[in-house]
Design a protein around this ligand. Structure first.
Ligand code: ZN
Ligand code: ZN
Length: 253
């Protein structure tokens, strides 16, 4: 399974907005989807799974879909909760902010096709089996277990301390890696706790719940603190934890 963090800053190293690309055809979240990918790369994406509707995760969905307006022959599939769909409808895809969903169609097709998922109920998209699991954030948010026949990857999305997703990790023999929220440096640990994110300190607290043969990648590092968090993780000298490089293509077998 191929994995890449889509870059969203001019230097290509930072992750201001969140989109993860799996096998070129499935996007997890749509923050950077119109920002860090070429039009050709955007056209290869056929399905998008949204973990929640915070702006850094949906920011460029409206621009992405209108950029592709006259190129789509079939809709792009969007998987999210019913409440996330309603929030996008009410707050983003309206006449004041952009274009309402009902207008988003060309002469061939509607541009977006929505599918509602429920926690704990797996669904298939782009040849992958995806299981959403509710995590602990300030709004309803789901982490995702993404599986093909041989391999599985786990994405926590934005979360603080949580439990259910680690039970799922323990039960999945083909799981190769965990991608976990690591938003803040240690000096902002209290902010990490109240905003339901992680710092290196809270990640270490969480580590006891995570199967110890799994490689753990820190993701969602807030741009101003990225270098500080990398230094704090290096200082731990814990082989289990690394920081995922933005823009690098990882292949898991
Ligand atoms: Zn969030
Ligand atoms: Zn976020």
């Amino acid at each position: 399974m191929k994995f890449r963090i889509v870059p969203s800053t001019r230097d290509g190293r930072q992750q201001l907005l969140t989109t993860y690309l799996i096998n070129d055809t499935l996007a997890i979240d749509a923050g950077a989807i119109a920002v860090g990918l070429s039009i050709e790369e955007q056209l290869r994406i056929r399905s998008i799974v949204l973990t929640h509707t915070h702006l850094d995760h949906v920011f460029s969905l409206p621009l992405y879909i209108t950029d592709l307006y006259d190129k789509l022959l079939e809709p792009v599939h969007v998987y999210c909760t019913e409440s996330d769909h309603a929030a996008l409808d009410q707050y983003l895809f309206n006449h004041r902010m952009w274009i309402p969903f009902e207008v988003l169609r060309n002469s061939h097709t509607e541009l977006l096709a929505f599918h509602h998922y429920h926690a704990g109920e797996s669904f298939n998209a782009e040849g992958l089996r995806i299981t959403p699991v509710q995590v602990s954030h300030t709004v309803l948010t789901h982490g995702l277990l993404v599986e093909d026949d041989e391999t599985a990857l786990l994405f926590t999305s934005d979360t603080g301390a949580t439990d259910r997703i680690w039970q799922l990790a323990a039960d999945c023999a083909k799981l190769r890696a965990v991608f976990i929220d690591l938003s803040f440096p240690n000096r902002l640990t209290e902010l990490a706790r109240v905003s339901h994110h992680h710092s290196p300190i809270t990640l270490v607290e969480e580590l006891v719940k995570i199967r110890d043969d799994l490689q753990i990648y820190g993701i969602h590092l807030k741009t101003p603190y990225r270098d500080i968090v990398i230094g704090e993780i290096d200082a731990l000298k814990n082989d289990r934890i690394t920081i995922a490089e933005v823009g690098r293509e990882y292949i898991f077998t």
